[in-house]
Design a protein around this ligand. Structure first.
Ligand code: NAD
Ligand code: ZN
Length: 242
């Protein structure tokens, strides 16, 4: 199986990696839905995590949102793992690589990938909910554990990440669709492929080989040409040879 994927990879013109939270667990960032994931603790301060990460909850209880965010979501010290590095190295060898990620941790960019579509935003970008002034992560963190406030208008600053109940950026989504539709080979990595509309992107793939690398089963296993139920860091290192 690996040999066939390697052969295809070597001859591919356009390679797309679609990644989810499992991509970053080997960097020490927990995912949501696996056994050690964030959803394992069903409640935080009496609320389920899915609820805390919603737009309406953020508006109503910003302090609880930020307690959760600072404690469980932000991992500013995390570094790219072998998987992020292998993808970045593949690009540096001249392959046309696009990364489409559901992750907000910025690790693909940190690893050196240049074409990264961050569907759910990034913890490194933040903005004022009133005047839109932009802030770096360090600014947000300087308020910890309190609610971050804008230095211009004193309103609440929020991370530029997509919360539940919020739509995806349509322009970004369209770019992701076009990259996937034009890809020869598509890897779906470390995602349960159950969060829509992001997971639905896989339906646009028309290329020759869909490879899923995920420890557990996913919502798209039936459509895959190859399924590798192992840790993605090691597998990507093996497949790319980097
Ligand atoms: P998910 O938690 O639903 O699924 C992660 C999948 O990855 C699981 O099926 C798990 O078995 C698998 N997995 C975990 N570690 C792995 C590894 N080392 N190798 C291979 N597979 C591994 O995650 P999702 O599908 O990305 O959806 C969760 C949502 O939460 C996303 O929308 C994302 O925005 C957000 N999220 C982001 C981060 C992050 O930025 N790192 C972390 C947690 C959640
Ligand atoms: Zn402001």
């Amino acid at each position: 199986m690996y040999e066939e994927i390697k052969r295809k990879l070597k001859n591919a013109e356009k390679i797309v990696f679609f990644t989810g939270a499992g991509m970053s667990t080997e960097s020490g960032i927990p995912d949501f839905r696996s056994k050690q994931g964030l959803y394992r603790d069903r409640y935080f301060n009496g609320y389920p995590p899915e609820h805390i990460l919603s737009r309406s909850f953020f508006s109503e209880y910003p302090q609880i949102f930020y307690n959760f965010y600072f404690e469980k979501i932000l991992h500013a010290g995390a570094n790219p793992n072998d998987g992020h590095k292998a993808i970045a190295l593949l690009e540096s060898k001249g392959f046309e690589v696009t990364v489409i990620t559901q992750n907000i941790d910025g690790l693909h960019t940190k690893a050196g990938s240049s074409a990264v579509i961050e569907l759910h935003g990034s913890v490194y970008r933040n903005y004022c909910t009133k005047c839109n002034k932009r802030f770096k992560l360090e600014y947000l963190e300087s308020f910890k554990p309190d609610i971050p406030l804008c230095d211009e208008c004193s309103n609440i600053v929020r991370p530029d990440v997509i919360l539940y109940e919020e739509p995806l950026d349509q322009e970004l989504f369209a770019r992701a669709v076009s990259r996937i539709a034009g890809a020869d080979i598509l890897f779906a990595i470390g995602s349960s492929l159950t969060v829509f509309p992001a997971a639905g992107l896989l339906d646009y793939f028309k290329g020759e080989m869909l490879v899923i690398i995920n420890r557990d089963t996913t919502g798209y296993d039936k459509k895959a040409d190859f399924i590798i139920n192992e840790s993605c860091g090691t597998v990507l290192k093996d497949l790319t040879g980097y």
